[in-house]
Structures are given as structure tokens and as C-alpha cells.
Write a protein that binds this ligand. Sequence first.
Ligand SMILES: Cc1ncc(COP(=O)(O)O)c(C=O)c1O
Length: 386
Amino acid sequence: MYRIGQEEIDAVKTVIETKDFFKVNGSLQSCYKLEEALKNRFGVNHASFVTSGFGALVSALIGFGIGPGDEVIVPAYTYIATAMAVVNVGAIPVIAEIDETLGLDPDDFEKKISKYTKAVIPVHMQGMPCNMDRICEIAAKHGIKVLEDACQANGASFGGKLLGSIGDAGALSFNFFKIISCGEGGALLTKDSSIYEKACIYQDSSAIAYFGDQMNGFSQLSFCGNEYRGNEILAAIMCCQLEKLDSIVADLRRNKAKLLSLLGDVCVAPSNDSDGDCGIQIPFRFDTYEKAKAFSEKTGQMLLYNCGKHVYYDWAPIMEKRGAAHELMNPYNMPANKDLNHNYSPDMCPKSLDLLKRTVTYGISPDWTDEEIEATAEKIKSILNS
Ligand SMILES: Cc1ncc(COP(=O)(O)O)c(C=O)c1O
């Protein structure tokens, strides 16, 4: 979260004064306004404000009809929540390599497709767009659904299209660490009504059937699901945050461009769309792990190999197949998943490990002054030349 202030305080105050916090049929309808704003911004027919990015991912998978017997391809570099969302619906995450851009490697994605594969989740890590043209082309060829995990990429785009709006569905996160935030929150985006209906029933399982007219016009029958319903206070904050998104991303991009121009000839990871990158960091790429580690230690910036729970080898509950609290609900024990690809090992994605060992992301602030950018450039240059 970068910018929060009086606008959000006033919006929350207004909701509190109404004492009306419930999403469904509330008098202020902040949730409704937020969902309309998301639909307009992303050019999708449906948007649903939920309690987390995880809730958005899980409900999208439910919307796709994914469950036991299905494989879903996820990248080796993503937050553990992406893989956990797959397990949460009873399916098996199959882990594929990333490429030089740090996004899902389209070639390895295609190699990992089996007769059980039903979906792929490209993850736009740290605002860096995946190669959505190739991923969508391969997915279409094999009849596989695409769920974009844009939880770390609010405001970024690929080929002029906002991330989260390109695949069959997209998930956004508004947790504290994201570009815009209400503390905890997320959104599901989709153009497809049947995905939306199933996802909505799942994420608002008890209220949707019993309050208001939310299911009017639905062709899906209700079923027992979960509760990831957003609320009016958080939605009021998010309406303000969404209005700030363009200026935050513009300032991030400007500061990143200025820092890069001052640095001159430095080695950074290639981008699938450098204009679409949202500018939260510069991915420095070194030729050895030792050099990357030294740069990370001297700058205090993140060496991606050691970035806790963002690399598959560190996803203990997945790697050790603890897929649920109850043994019979653990997808790794389910008969339907017996023949699926869950032969995980710490060294199963060597290309990803090599890239992550040699990459350090340097965080950008949208609020840096020109003097601060110049000082940062000098500091980086002296460390690189030492
Ligand atoms: C790539 C990615 N996917 C999913 C999530 C889950 O989002 P949330 O914390 O809102 O559930 C996160 C959260 O940090 C994330 O970084």
C-alpha cells in the first residue's frame, strides 16, 4: 500500500455513521459501487469484491468447475496461496518453470499439460506481465481455462489490456502489501456469466441464497460453499484506493524509468511488456548467485531465491502433501487424484531456481523526489562497481 489518507478516512466515517456494514442491499452500497468501478476499469462483465485474493482464486476455480481428478498448472515462482487455492478445491497443482521474464514459461507450461489438465494460473509477480499471448494461445489449443493471478499487479497491463482481464477469469488482492489496499480484500473478474454465478454462490454461500435478490436471473442452483463476502467499510476504502491507482502507477513507472536511465548499462531481467509493467521494482539479473547474494546483502533488497514462500521448494504443505486438516479431504489422498502428477521434489524446476538465485528486485517508491532517485542511482552504481 502506497497512498492512504483523508479520502479513505472520510469514506469510512460515512459508512460507520450509517451503521450499515452489510454488503447485501446496504444503504450506501460501497460494494456495489466498487464492483461497478472494477467492471468499467477492466472491461469485464462481472466483478465480485471478496475478503482476499485467495478467495478470488478459489472461487474462480470453482467457477471453472475444477475439482478432484483435475490438474492445474502453476508457476514455480509465486506466493504459496496460488498453489493452495488449487488444493483447496480438491485439485492438484502441477508446478511449471518460469522463464527469464520471471513469469510462467510458456514452453514448460505446454510440456506439463496432461489429459488431466483443466486450467493454468499465470502469475504476474511484482507487477511483471506474463506472456499472455502465448499462454492464452496454448491454453486455447488444449481447451484449458486461464486464471490470471494478478494479486501483485494491480494497474499493470499486457498489450494494452489490464492484467486480470485477459484470461477466463482474474484475481486481484488488496492486502496490506499490494499497490492499493484496504488491509485485506480481493476481487474476482470475469466476462463469463456461468463462471461468475458459480463463483458468487461459492464465495457468498449462506447469504446469497437468503438475503436480497442476488441470485435473480442465475441459471445455477445454489450449493454449499464458503464465505468470502466483502463488506461496506473495506469497499469504501477500496473505492478511494481505485481512484488513486492510475496516479500511483504513473509515478512508479516514471521513477523506475528515471532510475534506469541514470543507471545506464545495467543487466535487468527482460520484460514481456515493459510499458505495461507497473514499476514497483527493478529486477537486477546477475551472472552468478554469489554476485546476486552480495548485491542483496549490500542493498537490503530481495534475492528472489530466498523470498520466503514465493518459491515452490519453500511451500511445505504442498511439497509434503498436507492438503487438508482432515485426511479424507486431503486431495493428495483422494482416489480421483491417484494418477495425477504430484511427484514434487525440491530440485524439480532447475531453470527457475537458477533464475531466482541470480535475480534481486530493487523496490521503487512512487514518492521519491528527483534527488532521492539520483542518490539511489549513485548508491546502486557504487555497489555494482565495488
Ligand atoms: C501472487 C499472489 N497470489 C495470491 C495471493 C493471495 O492474496 P491474499 O493475501 O489477498 O489472499 C498473494 C498474496 O500476497 C499473492 O502475492
